[in-house]
Design a protein around this ligand. Structure first.
Ligand code: GLC
Length: 726
């Protein structure tokens, strides 16, 4: 027998004798590690893992060397460090980070590769800050353009939402940082967010609202999910047995840990039996001082332990929760593959800038006024509060403390020097969170007059406005109160355009808005929120260094009343007596506008380039479960650019009221130079064509002839192909 064998077997014997710590063996199968750890833990140790021990951490098992879980916001970058047990900043001097573009901006890129770039870069910053769980991304559906948190989400279409988030989640988790997909589910408005009960058909629940979560579970194996504050079937979603145990952990067989939203847990019995695994932020709604309750008072702490010890709840319920938490710890905090990461690296700034460049959507460009031919102009007047305002502060839990935050005005001055003049034009207040904007009318008038006076000497006006991160703009815990832009922007834009027809409007914001002035301005670009490189990316587009290639992930209706839920009144939004009814059912966004033939101002999927593209005749082939669509895209213009080909599928006629067509595939070309072409090949699984049949409480496929429309937007169809699907 070789020496090696003798030694190995000696080890094996020793290990067996001293009860080998399999849970510490990072090469052992995950489930063996989990089982072994569980077998060594006391009931109290299992309980302590199920709730917060500070504002953003939950306990491990120090006795066994099992690490705690460090969590942090948010979807666009690592939040500044807060004190251990309060919402106050810890005033660190080394926690300034890269603010990445908002997720709606990422959605607007329609670029899966950039989504992976995003997930990799942001998780490196989370790892560097010692975080195990990134509290994001978000995929609640943009059913109303007033939702205060839409900027954190990925648009109105569940297919685009899922496709854009899967690469982000995969890349982040490959670095050993768990994503925490949120908010599960139906948290599609901020009004009454803690208590609104959402009434929605099973079909719309599955086809629209659960769909992105399902894709993230099945294709990205997202490791944690955050329950939402609101209710479904009058039960809070953070511990909703039907949604969590029935669908998420049951039907979808999800093995991750369900984390509550902060303060989203409301009672022990439901939390124990409704599928909650980690209770965070209870009472942190400010009703009680931290000293009035300890972490042992949490619903899943002493009260739950008591029920276990009295045998009122079986140990198996506790073991399942603890197993899910252990699995998350072994996947992150105790994962030797977890990266060290980096912070504020040039690679991260480059990623930020690329995503921002490709997320900017050019909506109007009369007489090709863009890209800017700067030497045509002597004086370019920049007007608007968003030309200088930091849009990474505010907005709620996703706010960020940055090292670099290049404003549009700064970048424009770097590029065009003293050709650039500036007038603020209006005051947008500083009402972060729940203060209300107190802007002085006299000051508004004065700022407007100054801008109009300067406009007379300018031969080009660049208006930079839109929404911001104030309360009741794009901000958590409140919705917008109007579809209009605030602070008198509409009047100011109209008056500026009257003085100078060369007026270009650039807006920031997470939501669509009304544009009464659109026919009077020459060009319009919408930027969502661009993060640390805002100004640089905007100038890359305005100067023509990069052709715009963003496409709308949400419909811009001409009038607020055109959104599908509005005709049903308050009960459809924002609800009555905290009951919200999604009466538009599956006809959300373009599903409504295309099916009901209501013309939007700018349709879902729309976005201009500095060049033009021709679409060849699409072809489609069905091979078993796989459907392949291909189309040739040629750059027929004079500038280089990228195009996004979108496939909208029209199902055969049936008794089911289905949207006339639905997005089921898309692909973005590489940069095509004038004359160049690329054949895009898109595949989709036949399952994507099913609808949810409430009579069988499951998915069903209509057999027959399907039409695959290929287009440059949901309204601009360039070709089609049909195929029998059975
Ligand atoms: C907030 C948000 C959630 C965030 C959490 C921690 O209320 O709803 O998205 O991650 O609390 O800040």
């Amino acid at each position: 027998m070789s020496i090696k064998t003798i030694i190995t077997s000696a080890f094996a014997v020793t290990a067996a004798v001293c009860n080998a710590q399999v849970y510490l063996d990072t090469k052992a199968p995950m489930e063996d590690r989990v089982k072994d750890a569980l077998s060594r833990m006391t009931t109290h140790e299992k309980i302590k893992m199920l709730h917060a021990q500070s504002k953003f951490t939950s306990a491990g098992v120090p006795r066994l060397g099992i690490r705690q879980l460090n969590m942090d916001d948010g979807p666009h970058g690592v939040r500044e460090e807060l004190e251990w047990n309060t919402w106050s900043p810890a005033r660190w001097t080394n926690d300034s980070i890269v603010a990445f573009p908002s997720l709606t901006c990422l959605a607007a890129t329609w670029n899966r590769n950039l989504s992976a770039t995003y997930g990799n870069a942001i998780s490196e910053e989370f790892a560097f800050r010692g975080k195990d769980i990134l509290l994001g991304p978000g995929c609640n559906i943009q059913r109303t353009p007033l939702n205060g948190r839409a900027f954190e989400y990925v648009g109105e279409d569940p297919y685009l939402a899922g496709e854009i988030l899967v690469p982000y989640i995969k890349a982040a988790q490959a670095n050993g940082v768990a994503c925490c997909l949120k908010h599960f589910v139906l948290n599609d408005q901020e009004i009454d967010r803690f208590a609104a009960n959402v009434n929605v058909s099973d079909r719309a629940l599955h086809e629209i609202y659960l769909a992105p979560f399902k894709k993230a579970v099945e294709q990205a194996h997202v490791w944690t999910i955050m329950g939402s504050y609101n209710m479904y079937h009058n039960v809070h979603c953070c511990h909703n047995d039907l949604l969590i145990n029935g669908i998420l952990k049951g039907e979808w067989k999800w093995d991750g840990a369900l984390v509550s939203d902060w303060g989203g847990t409301t009672n022990t019995w439901e939390a124990a039996n409704g599928g909650l695994d980690i209770e965070m932020g209870t009472y942190t709604d400010g009703k009680l001082k931290e000293s009035e309750f300890g972490y042992n008072d949490y619903y899943l702490a002493d009260p739950f332990e008591k029920l276990i010890n009295e045998g009122k709840i079986p140990m198996s319920v506790l073991d399942d929760k603890a197993a899910r938490v252990l699995r998350t710890i072994f996947r992150t905090a105790m994962n030797p593959q977890k990266v060290i990461g980096s912070q504020c690296s040039e690679a991260h700034y480059q990623a930020c800038r690329e995503i921002a460049q490709e997320g900017i959507v050019l909506l109007k460009n009369d007489k090709a006024i863009l890209p800017l031919k700067a030497d045509l102009y002597k004086k370019i007047l920049v007007v608007g509060d968003n030309a200088t305002r930091s849009l990474t502060l505010g907005g709620g839990s996703s706010e960020l403390k940055t090292l670099r935050d290049i404003s549009p005005l700064e970048a424009l001055r770097q590029l065009y020097g003293d050709k650039i003049d500036f007038a603020q034009g209006y005051d947008a207040g500083r009402a972060l969170y729940d203060q209300v904007d107190k802007v002085d009318p006299a000051r508004q008038e004065q700022l407007k007059e100054e801008a109009l006076a300067k406009a007379k000497d300018a031969d080009l006006i660049l208006f930079i406005g839109g929404l911001n991160k104030n309360h009741k703009q794009d901000c958590e815990n409140g919705d917008r109160e109007s579809y209009d832009l605030s602070y008198g922007q509409n009047e100011l834009i109209a008056q500026l355009a009257k003085i100078q027809k060369n007026t270009i409007v650039v807006t920031f914001g997470g939501n669509p808005y009304a544009m009464p002035w659109i026919s009077q301005v020459s060009a319009l670009a919408h930027c969502w929120y661009l993060g640390s490189e805002s100004g640089s990316a905007l100038c890359d587009i305005l100067s023509g260094k990069v052709s715009p290639s963003g496409k709308l992930p949400v419909t811009f209706a001409a009038r607020y009343e055109d959104y599908p839920y509005v005709k049903y009144g308050a009960k459809a939004y924002p609800g009555e007596n905290k009951q919200v009814h999604y009466l538009e059912d599956v006809f959300v966004g373009y599903r409504h506008f295309t099916t009901s033939k209501v013309k939007p101002l700018y349709p879902f999927g729309y976005g201009l380039s500095y060049t033009s593209f021709a679409y060849g005749k699409p072809s489609v082939s069905v091979n078993g479960n796989k459907i392949t669509i291909s189309v040739d895209i040629t750059n027929t213009g004079k500038a280089a650019g990228k195009e996004v080909a979108q496939v909208y599928v029209q199902a055969p006629k049936s008794s089911i009221a289905r949207p006339v067509r639905e997005l089921k595939a898309f692909a973005k070309t590489k940069t095509l130079n004038p004359g160049e072409h690329e054949t895009l090949t898109m595949t989709l699984d036949k399952d994507e064509l099913r609808y949810y049949d409430e009579t069988i409480k499951g998915w069903a496929l209509t057999q027959g002839s399907y039409t695959f429309h290929v287009g440059a937007s949901s309204e601009d169809l360039r070709g089609k192909a049909t195929a029998e699907v059975n």
